[in-house]
Design a protein around this ligand. Sequence first.
Ligand SMILES: NC(=O)c1ccc[n+]([C@@H]2O[C@H](COP(=O)([O-])OP(=O)(O)OC[C@H]3O[C@@H](n4cnc5c(N)ncnc54)[C@H](O)[C@@H]3O)[C@@H](O)[C@H]2O)c1
Ligand SMILES: O=c1ccn([C@@H]2O[C@H](COP(=O)(O)OP(=O)(O)O[C@H]3O[C@H](CO)[C@H](O)[C@H](O)[C@H]3O)[C@@H](O)[C@H]2O)c(=O)[nH]1
Length: 346
Amino acid sequence: MTDSVPGAPTHRASKVLITGGAGYIGSTIATACLDAGITPVIVDNLSTGRREFTAGREFYEGDIADGRLLDRIFAEHPDIFAVVHCAALTVVPDSVAQPLRYYRENLAKTVDFVDGLVRNGCRRLIFSSTAAIYQPGPEFTVDEDSPIGPVSPYGRTKAMVESVLADVCAAEDFAVISLRYFNPIGADPRMRTGLQLPRPTHALGKMIEAVETGEPFQITGTDFETRDGTGIRDYIHVWDLARAHVAALQQFDDVLAGEPEPHLVVNIGTGQGTTVRELVDALDSVRGVPLPTVAAPRRAGDVLGAYTRVDRARKLLDFSCEYTVADGVRHALEWAAVRDSRFGDR
Ligand SMILES: NC(=O)c1ccc[n+]([C@@H]2O[C@H](COP(=O)([O-])OP(=O)(O)OC[C@H]3O[C@@H](n4cnc5c(N)ncnc54)[C@H](O)[C@@H]3O)[C@@H](O)[C@H]2O)c1
Ligand SMILES: O=c1ccn([C@@H]2O[C@H](COP(=O)(O)OP(=O)(O)O[C@H]3O[C@H](CO)[C@H](O)[C@H](O)[C@H]3O)[C@@H](O)[C@H]2O)c(=O)[nH]1
């Protein structure tokens, strides 16, 4: 006799381990989990994450490759039903300058971490993958079957981890949903968490820096084959991105039950492309003041960009975005205004 209901999840999504839960995306996922009634347990070495984001949350300071720490976490929380694996180094130019560090932190440590999960009988994992693993091409849209061809060591670490996870799923009682994120922007709409990195290099971060300093914003690349010559991206509100994780957690077993393999890949984006100039327009309409811009050369390795088709996320996770790009811009500006007061050392 079981208490299961036809169509109901085959597990109860009650407690989840989040690696990198003191970082930008992981802390927002932790908040969204709490709002959905799922208790987050965070493990983070605070290399880029902030202790402030763990306040009032179950938190273990340490490294994902520390097997003894992992054993302790599972001994103290035997009811963890899944892991969201966000912990990684994420700066593309750093990965070019220090590839061994990136392969160690993102790939080798994930191997040790997954070994520890298998040892502790934890068999569900959601992996933070990235749109950066797709091969750049003239097509504006990609889907999960588009060719893989990352151009940076960072992107390659993510593609390699996906392959490792697929192999583990084939050999062990282990199941994975790899979510390939497009470009996250914004903050928790209630301003509990947001971007904590002091020197962001992404487009919206640099625009907000330009607002703060009064310097013109440099548009790096105005000769791409896009509608206005500037790079195109799929900017997803970080809260929507976090909601996608909650959806994947709540339906984990049911979603994978319908799949031929226990390793599923899903793109998470809005399905809409936005050029750099259009992102500046969104910022201008939110602020009501035009941001001065100046044309600059392309960044090394910069690509034309892409946005995702959203059919798989909609069909398998019943997920779609609720926030617009303008919402993301507005929340990023609001967060920038409160951010420093949240951190004692700035
Ligand atoms: N931000 C983006 O544009 C983007 C896009 C696609 C995918 N992703 C992926 O999303 C995930 C989260 O990215 P983010 O933007 O929140 O970055 P972040 O730097 O804000 O968060 C990463 C967190 O992981 C922690 N961490 C790193 N290495 C660790 C280790 N060995 N052990 C324990 N903790 C460790 C850091 O302290 C930090 O809190 C990453 O895996 C990243 O590759 C990010
Ligand atoms: O100061 C800037 C910064 C960016 N851009 C342009 O804005 C577009 C988007 O650039 P982002 O850096 O915001 O986005 P990317 O997709 O190129 O890269 C981002 O997403 C990647 C994952 O997909 C990595 O996480 C990377 O570190 C992060 O910056 C590009 O055309 C870029 O040339 C500018 O015009 N000026």
